[in-house]
Design a protein around this ligand. Structure first.
Ligand code: SF4
Length: 360
């Protein structure tokens, strides 16, 4: 597992600090250059102050944009150099309680939009930044302001924003028109064509109705949407109906991500009840994919190990598990498909997972 936090020695700051770490060259504004390497640590020059980072592998941090919060004994790797999986967690608050949530909501909120803005400006050219929560749109004024400010200074940066789609309204249209629609992809979940089933899964009455309205609002304003559906025992048999519904009522959806369950957070708590072993029965997923395919909706399967998917459907699989939480099993070392396969979540419970996994 790739660490997203790395230990540091106490560092005297009173406000959040964002810097890019670099091995070579003198420190300049926004960067910290290496001044000394020792056994298990490296020292950087931060505006004349020494920052000691405890790591056996300093080279792994070269080019990373990191955040240090006052009083904390670790740094946060906000943008890892060369990684396509960088996400800013903008809040842990949420108004839903989805049964598969990997990041269960918390009541407390810390506003870090300003450090995130500084980090985005220091990111590599053309980087994609994920925006996640909790529910980022609970703080939509701050989020919209952040996006507009970044797009003004760094029009090369792309955003993939995960939202439950509950908090748009007609008053947002002027801002939606100002945002760079070519560089923003909204990732929005819809779990069923049945309002009751969707509302049960997200544990919010009326959520489906609001979602429908806001999918239409985003479409009307020309925004790109990735529809996201985690398969569960609660919804898998309705996947064909959902496919029909989406392609009929929301033809502006850019593509559909059908996802296997992540065994963490509420997903771990509810694993026994909700994990659907698609290595044993792929038929309901195939039915959904087939309908979407015939009707021209591009479909991608996230978090499905290749050997758990029938051969004709492997072409829909993406290598989707973020690098920092991805693992492979011992059997994978003999597999010819390992470079194309998404593998497993670090916290995947093998003894309660797919019943059929094996090298291709
Ligand atoms: S054996 Fe491992 S690497 Fe090969 S397809 Fe299955 S999960 Fe992927």
């Amino acid at each position: 597992m790739i660490p997203l936090r790395v230990a540091i020695d106490p560092f005297p700051i009173s406000v959040p600090l964002v810097i890019r770490l670099q091995n070579d060259g003198p420190s300049e504004e926004g960067t910290a250059g290496v001044i000394h390497r020792g056994q298990g640590f490296v020292e950087y020059d931060v505006c004349g102050l020494s920052l000691t980072v405890r790591t056996p592998d300093p080279d792994a941090l070269d080019g990373d944009v990191v955040l240090i919060l006052p009083g904390q004994r670790s740094l946060h790797r906000l943008i890892r150099n060369g990684s396509p999986h960088n996400t800013f967690l903008v809040t842990e608050q949420c108004d839903q309680k989805c049964v598969m949530c990997s990041q269960p909501p918390k009541a407390h909120h810390v506003d870090l939009f300003d450090p995130f803005y500084e980090a985005a400006l220091l990111g590599p050219y053309g980087t994609t930044i994920g925006i996640s929560g909790g529910e980022p749109m609970l703080h939509k004024e701050r989020l919209f302001d952040f996006l507009l400010r970044v797009q003004e200074r760094r029009p090369d940066i792309e955003f993939h924003i995960l939202t439950n789609g509950q908090h748009f309204d007609k008053n947002d249209e002027p801002i939606l028109q100002r945002l760079d629609r070519a560089r923003i992809l909204w990732g929005i979940p819809c779990y069923s064509a049945s309002p009751e089933t969707h509302d049960d899964i997200v544990v919010k009455a009326g959520a489906f109705e609001t979602l429908e309205r806001n999918l239409a609002l985003l479409g009307k304003n020309g925004h790109r949407i990735e529809l996201r559906t985690v398969i569960l025992n609660a919804n898998v048999n309705g996947l064909a109906d959902l496919s029909l519904y989406v392609t009929t009522h929301h033809p502006h959806i850019s593509f559909w991500a059908i996802m296997q369950l992540e065994p963490i957070g509420y997903g771990r708590q509810n694993w026994g009840r909700e994990f659907f072993d698609s290595s044993q029965n792929f038929d309901p997923i195939a039915a959904g994919v087939d309908i979407a395919n015939i009707r021209g909706l591009e479909t991608v399967l996230y978090n499905f190990p290749l050997c758990t998917v029938p051969e004709p459907y492997r072409r829909f699989c993406a290598n989707s598990i973020s690098d920092w939480k991805q693992k492979y099993l011992p059997t994978c070392s003999d597999c010819s498909a390992i470079n194309r396969c998404t593998g497993f979540f670090e916290w995947y419970p093998e003894e309660r997972g797919f019943s059929s996994v094996g090298a291709l």
